[in-house]
Design a protein around this ligand. Structure first.
Ligand SMILES: Nc1ncnc2c1ncn2[C@@H]1O[C@H](COP(=O)(O)OP(=O)(O)O)[C@@H](O)[C@H]1O
Ligand SMILES: [Mg+2]
Length: 239
């Protein structure tokens, strides 16, 4: 379970990037956040992960206050960034081994790594390749594998399908629904309205740091999400 309470970020230059966000993502739920570039999605994610301090409000990960007990809270959350950080001179195997150990997973075998890399659709020829030669999609897949292997109950992803081709994007969303069915809480920011509609249990639209719309799958049934997005963005453009 992932929760933001009155979460607010005002940067030094006065920009209010996130304005009193209140949101709870339950176990077994996929939440998709949409919004134009600059809407505040990455800021919200950076606050969820305690990469930057909030101006106001707080974050709870499995009920643990991320601001007060960051080290404890971080054990319960995995993150896949928009630009996955890997060691370029290391192979995929070496990267996943390194990051798994860093996440405190010490008893994993080479088979465990192979299985999870297969599961995310990374081609086997790439397992021993240095990651500096990886395409963006391959980096994204390995990043997702690293996040999955940590086996945290919460997964946060910032535009995870942005580097993926359509087939990989589709497979990725199937994978996310499997993780949801295992009881994970999943929060992702995305521009992929078309595909996200099929996996999201709830969606939110963010504009200028404010959550301007929040709807469940049931409320969205029969709605054209793309059209709804455009209408909301237009309606709140000057507010
Ligand atoms: N480190 C920073 N310092 C100052 N302003 C920032 C910083 N990071 C982001 N912003 C501003 O905060 C707003 C939200 O940005 P961001 O969270 O990156 O949006 P999104 O991920 O939705 O594209 C934008 O106006 C952006 O320019
Ligand atoms: Mg962003």
């Amino acid at each position: 379970m992932l929760e933001a309470k009155e979460l607010t970020k005002k940067y030094e230059d006065g920009v209010i990037a996130l304005d009193h966000l209140n949101l709870k993502v339950e176990s077994g739920e996929i939440f998709c956040m949409f919004g134009a570039n600059g809407a505040g999605k990455t800021t919200a994610i950076n606050l969820f992960l305690n990469f930057i301090p909030p101006t106001e409000g707080t974050v709870f990960i499995e009920g643990i206050d991320m601001i007060k007990e960051p080290l404890k809270a971080k054990d319960f959350v995995s993150f896949v960034s928009e630009n996955v950080t890997l060691y370029g001179n290391f192979s995929a195997f070496q990267n996943i081994n390194y990051f798994s150990k860093l996440a405190g997973k010490r008893n994993l075998t080479r088979d465990d790594y192979s299985n999870v890399m297969k599961r995310v659709g990374l081609q086997e020829e790439a397992f021993n390749m240095r990651t500096k030669n990886f395409s963006k999609g391959m980096r994204q897949k390995l990043g997702i594998a690293i996040a999955i292997i940590k086996d945290a109950p919460n997964i946060i992803l910032d535009e995870p399908t942005s580097g993926l081709d359509p087939k990989s994007g589709q497979e990725f969303l199937v994978l996310l629904s499997e993780l949801r069915d295992l009881g994970k809480s999943i929060f992702m920011s995305t521009h992929d309205i078309f595909r996200a509609k099929f996996v999201a249990d709830r969606v939110g639209f963010m504009q200028k740091g404010k959550l301007v719309m929040l709807k469940s799958k049931e409320e969205l049934a029969g709605e054209d999400l793309n059209q709804l997005y455009i209408e909301y963005m237009h309606e709140h453009a000057n507010s």
